[in-house]
Design a protein around this ligand. Sequence first.
Ligand SMILES: [Zn+2]
Length: 446
Amino acid sequence: MTSHFVPPANYTFPSVYMNGCNREFKSSWLKKYNWLVYSPSLDGVLCLHCAIFSDNRKQKGALVNRPFNKWTKISSELADHANNAYHSRAMSASKLFVDCINKPELTLPDRFDTTRRQRRVENRHILKMIIKAILFCGKQCIALRGDHEEMSGMGNPGNFLSLLSILSEHYELLQRHLQAPRDKSAQYMSPQIQNELLSVLSKMILNDILKEIRKAKFFAIMADEATSHNDEQLSLCLRFVDEGKNIREEFIEFVHMDNVSGHSIATAILHSLDEKQLDATHIRAQTYDGAAAMSSENVGVQKRIREVSPLAMYSHCAGHCLNLVIVHSCKIPLVRNTIDKMKEVCLFFNYSPKREGLLKSVISKEVLHAEKRKPLLNLCATRWAERHSAYSHFYASYVYMVYSLEVIATRIRAMITRRETGLPRQSKMHLGCWLPLPASISFCPL
Ligand SMILES: [Zn+2]
């Protein structure tokens, strides 16, 4: 009743050819009649109260049972509707309904029925626990669902239901709700409800972020488009200084793109800001990758944004710059060869449990708290800047890898010697027994 669609001030209503010219709905009608609502999907208007609370609705037509869209006759139609007796009755019923929902404790049935009051308190408590479980999974980036959407029976019920199951061991109310719900059609645990609650939570979080940005007044935009599952998505982030003087970068949304020209991307960014009631003239900086569609001074996104906000300074995204610098540096033969060798060494250890086991045993002999050692990482194929952690893990293990390679080399040399001298082959020798052999190895630093 209260959160229906309200067209923003600059909303463009579709034009329809009618009685010799193009006509469209005007937002001034919404201001004049506060019971009127506009449906963008139907391009028509309805009376909010009559559409839901009207009596004898079979005899009613447009505005009640179907949207009204004959724009040439709208003035007289709305004036007539406002004077109808059934419209007044529907308005009263609607007000009563909203009051009952907002303040149920003031309604007569509720005042006399203590059981009903108690049940409402309990239901709200259960719903809070369900929401907290969903919020916990969301915050920790834990997938909610498993392969079996029931707590009983075989299969994995997923993290969300499992978490509720653990919580229910300590909350009798939740336990009763899980084991014997009062209303089986209102358990609030289905995948659809999980998605709806997640969507509501995300809107609340986004609204809080937007409030902070509006308070900060000035902000910068960061955007990049990427293809995911044949779907072009534009990720939009905003950077601002919050009340605590902290520089914040917040993700705002993914915008679906049909076209990735500079004009389309800039329009999508401005539309998104407008939807969120952020003033585009307060943009003070903008940063994207170096693609022409984004960075061009003539046709790029930056030019279009500067038309709206001339002080929105453009800079090439530092993250993308770093990536490009690393990509170009890696073309230098010395660096390229080093990376190739590093890749081979990582593969040599990572793809053999035996060799990885040897490396682990070398480290456990040499290093205290060896269990905290970070594993060797494969180099990231696309984000070059992310390779830093792979290099640092490699560097930390470098000395022990040399040691392990020496152990392997010594073992091979010993096998060759035995073969040449005709001694019987020792089988299944434990790796650890080779460790004392290369005791005199001196490690050279990187
Ligand atoms: Zn009405």
